[in-house]
Design a protein around this ligand. Sequence first.
Ligand SMILES: [Mg+2]
Length: 172
Amino acid sequence: MINLYIDFDGVIMNTIEVGYKKMDELGLERNVENCISFYGNLDWKKFLKECQEINNSIECIQKIVDSNLFNVNILSHINSLDEAIEKIKYIRKYFKDITFIPVPKKISKTKMVHTNGSILIDDYAGNLREWANEGGIGVRFSEKRNGKGFYAIDHLDQIIEFAKENISYENA
Ligand SMILES: [Mg+2]
């Protein structure tokens, strides 16, 4: 089986879209400092209730698990412990047996896990570039299927076809 890491924000849930809307309403410019402080101080339990899954992400993850092709992990940047706790609770409502790895925002996702030969699905091309530089396989989640140099998917279960076509399981 191949290690698969799935991003949360902007991939599983539309937390980015909803968060930016809230920041606009508050008149907050979307610079790095404001984003860190806005997301760091959110009540994540309440916030996640205002957000939605993107393109049936939970159902798609179940299909990915059922394919038995991957060790499935959720790899999510976090700005606060509350954010980690509420994201884990959310995922646990649907999956009893999946690994959730919260990554402090200041640390690269590549520093938390084994990247070589592993797949990362992420909506942020910067994360994918770091991943590829460490020997991993980057796949961009984009509702417009704009890969920005990476293979692009707009439904998570499309990773099953991608893996069957591109990965030799004899070596995985
Ligand atoms: Mg993201």
